[in-house]
Design a binder for this molecule. Structure first.
Ligand code: ADP
Ligand code: MG
Length: 244
């Protein structure tokens, strides 16, 4: 068995006296689509933020290809180009066009020439069906379009892993599908993804692995079949019953 791409090892996180993550432990292998489900406040975003170096665990560690992500001498920007993140609120740069949004990181962090960055950006904007909007500003786009641009921007960095924090939760219902379709396509192409989501049909159909969190703890994890058809934990059963 090859080494996991990401290892979350006994990670705990406190904010003051509030323990938000408690001994969270799981691995992600190359090509896995890991869906993290759980009620609001259970620590899902904090977990992704730790994996993306936006927060530091209070204890435990996170390894990327076997090396601690906080190792001395490693560069957070370079790490984040390999382990990218897509946020619920898109976080596009509002003063830049769609194209500039998708070029900024590749020019600044990956040090590509503007021409190469432009070609990369356009190819990923084509992939998410947003190539006609390259000169638009974010405020001219719908929520679903903004999120597809945010995904193209993340892909332009050619990440090895992409983290998604409730990418469809801020969208009007009619726009959820266009974003999920892009994510489904990425999963089919073998991109390693960790997806926090309340879209249970997506988790059931697309993921290779499901992690159910409650109160900062991984209550149960397994294949989608294990979790959705044969949950063992009472909390998991109760949580899933809300969606049926
Ligand atoms: P989820 O994404 O599952 O809704 P979060 O990870 O956002 O959960 O939050 C888990 C808990 O941690 C919540 O009680 C939240 O209020 C708390 N929390 C998150 N971020 C911070 C922070 N920066 N400072 C203090 N408390 C926080
Ligand atoms: Mg959250």
């Amino acid at each position: 068995m090859s080494q996991p791409i990401i290892e979350v090892k006994h990670v705990s996180k406190n904010f003051g006296t509030h323990q938000v993550l408690k001994d969270v432990d799981f691995n992600v292998n190359e090509g896995d689509v890991t869906c993290v489900i759980g009620a609001s406040g259970s620590g899902k975003s904090t977990l992704l933020r730790c994996i993306n170096l936006l927060e530091r665990p209070s204890s435990g560690e996170i390894l990327f290809h076997g090396r601690p992500i906080t190792a001395r001498g490693s560069n957070p920007c370079e790490y984040r180009s390999k382990v990218g993140m897509v946020f619920q609120s898109f976080n596009l740069f509002s003063n830049m066009t769609v194209l500039e949004n998708c070029m900024a990181g590749t020019v600044k962090v990956l040090k590509k020439s503007r021409e190469e960055a432009r070609q990369t950006a356009v190819s990923f904007l084509e992939k998410v069906g947003m190539e006609q909007y390259i000169h638009a500003k974010p405020h001219q786009l719908s929520g679903g379009q903004k999120q597809r641009v945010a995904i193209a921007r993340a892909l332009a960095m050619q990440p090895e892993v992409l983290l998604f924090d409730e990418p469809t939760s801020a969208l009007d219902p009619q726009m959820v599908g266009e974003v999920l379709n892009v994510m489904r396509q990425l999963a089919r192409e073998g991109l390693t993804m960790i997806v926090v989501t309340h879209e249970m049909a997506f988790a059931r159909d697309v993921s290779s692995h499901v992690v159910y969190m409650a109160d900062g703890v991984i209550c149960e994890e397994g294949t989608p079949k294990d979790i959705f058809e044969n949950p063992r934990n009472e909390k998991t059963k109760e949580f899933l019953a809300r969606f049926s």
